[in-house]
Design a protein around this ligand. Structure first.
Ligand SMILES: Nc1ncnc2c1ncn2[C@@H]1O[C@H](COP(=O)(O)OP(=O)(O)OP(=O)(O)O)[C@@H](O)[C@H]1O
Length: 251
């Protein structure tokens, strides 16, 4: 297995409160890894450590190691802008910028210095196609992204993430605010995207984890309890606590 992201003995404290306890994990390239576990167990915190989003939170202390393609992402010489270009994030609530669909997608490439109109047009079309929303928006690219439905807005956010050609996509409960049809479209999209990208998702929905993930990691109270192939984790969990969680005995 080629690990694209590896955490070792990762501890994270918010002030005095320990939210991650000695997490060690190898996340494979071009697969979907799902992080599951009850509310407050540290799933989002762990996801955010992977592109250093916790750095912005005052009072956070992080020890241990996270490597992206063998490079320590917490090393002092790491350019966080570069890191976040490699590792994109899609949030729970669709958050398109208050601007046109076109400008939403062109935003990232423009900040990275691309000005050429033909080049931007190409990136916008490729990204919207990649996020399976081109046909729905191609005739209204100059209209505000805020006029789209929630499910469409979320695909715009995925397209915006794809526009800077990331290596990895992190998704924090990216479908929990969406209706079942939009959810199913995004799940289909994730299945397509894993041919080209590594995807790590946080989900509360265990059916979703079984439908779309290859690997699954179960967290409890900041600890990684069990990690393995999704089919195995859900059919023959190794740890009693995993079994209790997936059978609905708690959480
Ligand atoms: N910015 C913060 N400051 C202080 N404590 C925080 C902060 N963010 C999260 N926590 C705490 O860290 C722990 C883990 O939270 P986290 O959001 O990572 O859990 P989660 O598993 O993603 O939960 P949920 O499923 O409810 O989103 C919780 O106890 C939470 O209260």
């Amino acid at each position: 297995m080629e690990a694209i992201l590896s955490a070792r003995n990762l501890d994270l404290y918010y002030g005095q409160t320990q939210a991650l306890k000695g997490v060690s994990i190898d996340i494979p390239a071009r697969e979907v890894t799902a992080l599951i576990g009850p509310s407050g167990c540290g799933k989002s915190t762990f996801l955010k450590t992977l592109d250093r989003m916790n750095d912005l939170v005052p009072g956070v202390t992080i020890t241990g190691s996270v490597q992206y393609r063998g490079k320590e992402i917490y090393a002092p010489d790491v350019d966080v802008t570069w890191l976040r270009k490699q590792i994109g994030m899609v949030f729970q609530k669709p958050n398109p910028f208050p601007m046109s669909i076109y400008d939403n997608i062109a935003y990232g490439p423009r900040t990275h210095g691309i000005r050429n109109k033909a080049k931007l047009d190409e990136i916008v079309e490729r990204s919207l196609r990649g996020a399976a929303i081109w046909d729905e928006v191609k005739d209204r690219l100059k209209k505000s992204a805020l006029g789209l439905s929630g499910g469409q807005q979320q695909r715009i956010c995925i397209a915006r993430a794809l526009a800077v050609e990331p290596d990895i996509l992190l998704m924090d409960e990216a479908t929990s605010a969406l209706d079942p049809i939009s959810t199913s479209k995004i799940e289909d999209l994730i299945a397509d995207l894993k041919n080209s990208y590594t995807i790590v998702i946080v989900t509360h929905n265990m059916q979703q984890a079984t439908r779309i993930s290859d690997k699954c990691a179960f967290f409890l109270l900041g600890e990684l309890i069990e990690y393995g192939d999704t089919s195995q984790l859900f059919s023959v969990p190794k740890d009693k606590r995993t079994e209790d969680y997936i059978t609905g005995r708690f959480g």
